[in-house]
Write a protein that binds this ligand. Structure first.
Ligand code: ADP
Ligand code: MG
Length: 227
């Protein structure tokens, strides 16, 4: 009897920290200090914290760019990243070519076109295949980077202050795009969204606060309404 596995994009990612501490070389204090958390369900998880509180360092520990000084990082996930500035991330001149370099499967031309159309639809960029990247707004570029994560079958998307450079309308479209993808009935995505904007927390399924390298328990977004 052979074991059948779910396709990787359908597996629910499992990410957790056990007493993780980290200090940057030369830094005296821990940037992340005895941190515990777990994400073992799909949905939109948000971490809020002030500038310099350790949020980006925390993400680097999750995706393995840096290793903890103490404690254990468990990450069973196929991680895609969305950074603050899409211009630091997008490499190709138009939407189709950017998506093409992110496809990591050998599939037919027809299947490729179908996939491209499908992920552009999912991020609200229907018909943008041939659009030059320089003609996109900041929010459209962020949604293209999300489409790139989808087309490469990532099941866990880490977004590091993805709306920090956007106006309010674009900000809303990006957060609603992720909310839709993470609440999809058939194949919900898991996303961890980092922000310093308290007004974004209402879109989350759960929120934790980062303060001086310590992460709170997961809480309901309504807990943060008066901030
Ligand atoms: N590559 C690095 N080398 C040394 N120190 C760093 C590095 N990246 C961040 N830090 C320091 O770690 C602390 C937390 O930074 P960071 O994780 O970027 O916070 P946030 O993303 O919440 O603004 C800051 O004091 C910052 O100076
Ligand atoms: Mg940061």
């Amino acid at each position: 009897m052979s074991l059948t596995r779910e396709p990787v994009e359908k597996e629910i990612p499992q990410v957790s920290f056990k007493d993780v501490s980290f200090s940057w070389p030369g830094g005296k204090e821990n940037v992340i200090s005895r941190c515990n958390f777990a994400i073992e369900e799909t949905g939109l998880w948000m971490i809020v914290g002030k500038n310099g509180s350790g949020k980006s360092t925390f993400l680097k520990l999750i995706n393995g760019i840096i290793k903890p000084n103490n404690g254990k990082v468990n990450s069973r996930a196929n991680v895609g990243m969305v950074f603050q500035n899409p211009d630091h991330q997008i490499l190709m001149p138009n939407c189709r070519s950017e998506l093409l370099i992110n496809i990591n499967q050998k599939i037919s031309k027809k299947a490729i076109s179908c996939k491209i159309k499908n992920v552009l639809d999912k991020v609200g960029l229907t018909g943008f295949e041939t659009r030059p990247v320089h003609t996109l707004s900041g929010g459209q570029k962020q949604r293209l980077t999300i489409a790139c994560a989808l087309i490469s079958d990532k099941n866990f998307i880490l977004l590091d202050e993805p709306t920090a450079l956007l106006d309010q309308t674009s900000q809303l479209k990006v957060v609603k795009t992720i909310q839709k993808l993470t609440s999809d009935k058939e194949n919900p995505l898991t996303a961890l969204w980092i922000t310093h904007r308290y007004e974004e927390l209402i879109y989350a399924d759960a929120v934790a606060e980062m303060k001086n390298g310590n992460l709170s328990e997961w809480q309901k977004p309504s807990k943060f309404q008066n901030n």
